[in-house]
Design a protein around this ligand. Structure first.
Ligand code: HEM
Length: 474
């Protein structure tokens, strides 16, 4: 009754009750949204999976990101995902603060380790024997989760524990195993909005389906090993103890860590929250950048020459100084282009946490979920420059827009106060990975064509088409 007073965005008309726009949204999303915007304007609502959702066009997209008093990302996420049940021991936790204090400001310190463990993991998982010649890989995303989990585990929980294969497996599989709960189409929401999540919560709570448990057992065991070992060694050697440098050690030295009464479950859950934010996203970024280059051999030589030049600064182990990242200007632009064209049609879903009025007078009620109409932002010439949706890898060179720099025409990391705090870490990892691949391997798509993103409704995933990789002959 309260909401009836609001001047709400127009609801796009539909013919079939209950199903509403679900079918068009799933199978013809790009055209469907274009048509909606044309007929209904910059902000409109659609009826999908039993929920009214509001799609916000480019003119108002920044409101969603900058007005964090009215729009919230986690609240929207928790409406469809039982994160609180999977990570029961998380406790109060500020991942952004922790990342800023202990990861982002130490990226130079971690640079050598990131490179070494990234390169050895690349070699291990790509594993092309010397005589085998070209080899076909059919799911780059899957391969990338393994590769990038290695340096992330190394920096998060240390050199020693990250040597265990089961730890890497847990880092790389936790997100996709948990996200299985998100992949079930929310059919039950047709009966009553929110029923699917209610049902999923019962599955997890009752223990019938808890994808996190096996990973929690593994990670808790390894964290406990390390913490006990470190506390003992510190006691034994006192000031002469050489502290390991990693995120775990930093957490152990924070004021809120109690060495007498350590909660290993809570330490593990904090790691899992960061794993959830970092692995799937970075692996997707790497897979897309790699597929985008494999699809466009015409840019290979230019990028190769840049990497060769940059690599002159490497030491005898092939490790680059941290500053070398800034010299990969063309590669950085390539990565930005790949992230710019990540391909989601709608993204950055946020829940409305208090009624909000846009400057055009339209209002969205508390509890509504709103989406940024990303495709609208990326089709716009005034925002993107000429040929806004064509992949032009060097369009960002010398434009003062490096790949980690958020702006209103570049949304892969969100924006505003909650913009992704892990983006510097992620970009460095993607650049080091690509640098190494471009220098040491030849790769191309098996089809010989440009492989596009795989679309599931409005969401884009890296293509799973075959890629042929072979070692460069030197
Ligand atoms: C290419 C890789 C990545 C992409 C595309 C990405 C994307 C995003 C996006 C879209 C958000 C939401 C921003 C918003 O609400 O406006 C976010 C938040 C976040 N990301 Fe990332 N991310 C990536 C890598 C990482 C990594 C490597 C880490 C950790 C090391 C990380 C940690 C976080 C955290 C903790 C948040 C929550 C911030 C908050 O709510 O204040 N991300 N990320």
């Amino acid at each position: 009754i309260h909401n009836q007073k609001l001047n709400m965005p127009p609801l796009v008309r539909y013919k079939i009750p209950i199903i509403g726009h679900t079918y068009s949204y799933l199978f013809n999303c790009e055209e469907f949204l274009k048509q909606c915007k044309k007929e209904y304007g910059d902000i409109f609502s659609i009826y999908v999976w039993g929920h009214v959702r509001t799609i916000v066009g480019k003119e108002y997209a920044q409101d969603i990101l900058s007005r964090d008093d009215a729009f919230n990302f986690s609240v929207a996420f928790n409406k469809k995902f039982p994160g609180d049940l999977l990570l029961k021991n998380l406790g109060p936790f500020d991942p952004t603060r922790l990342l800023k204090d202990h990861i982002t400001c130490k990226l130079d310190l971690y640079s050598e380790r990131m490179q070494k463990s990234l390169y050895s993991a690349t070699q291990k998982y790509i594993d092309i024997g010397d005589h085998d010649g070209p080899k076909v890989f059919n799911n780059m995303y899957h391969l990338m989760t393994r590769i990038i989990s290695t340096p992330i585990a190394n920096i998060f929980i240390g050199e020693e524990e990250s040597q265990y294969e089961e730890v890497i497996k847990t880092f790389s599989e936790f997100t996709s195993d948990s996200a299985a709960l998100l992949k079930v189409p929310p059919i039950l929401d047709f009966i009553y909005p929110g029923l699917q999540n209610y049902f999923n919560r019962i599955l997890v709570k009752s223990g019938l389906y808890n994808p996190a448990t096996k990973h929690q057992d593994i990670l808790t065991k390894h964290i406990k090993n390390q913490v006990c070992k470190r506390l003992e060694e510190k006691k034994k050697y006192g000031d002469s103890w050489k502290r390991p440098n990693d995120f775990l050690q930093d957490i152990m030295e924070r004021d809120d860590f109690d060495p007498i009464n350590v909660s290993y479950l809570s330490l593990a859950d904090r790691m899992f929250a960061l794993i959830f934010a970092s692995i799937h996203t970075t692996a997707g970024g790497c897979a897309n950048a790699f597929m985008d280059l494999a699809s466009r051999p015409q840019y290979m030589q230019e990028l190769y020459e840049e990497q060769l030049e940059v690599h002159k600064e490497a030491d005898e182990n092939g490790v680059l100084p941290f500053e070398a990242l800034n010299k990969m200007k063309k590669l950085d632009s390539f990565v930005r282009e790949s992230l710019r064209l990540v391909g989601h049609l709608t993204s950055l879903e946020h829940a409305v946490i208090k009624n909000y009025t846009f400057s055009n007078g339209l209002q969205v009620p508390k509890d509504r979920v709103v989406y940024v109409y990303a495709d609208d932002v990326y089709q716009d010439e005034s925002l993107q420059g000429p040929n806004p949706k064509s992949f032009e890898p060097f369009r960002h060179v010398d434009k003062n827009t490096v790949a980690s720099k958020i702006s209103k025409n570049y949304l892969p990391f969100g924006g505003g106060r909650h913009a992704c705090p892990g983006r510097y870490f992620a970009i460095n990892e993607i650049k080091f990975f690509m640098h190494n691949m471009i220098l040491n391997y030849n790769f191309r798509t098996e089809s010989g064509k440009v492989e596009k993103r795989k679309m599931i409704g409005p969401a884009a995933l890296p293509s799973t088409s075959g890629i042929i990789i072979e070692k460069k002959v030197k």
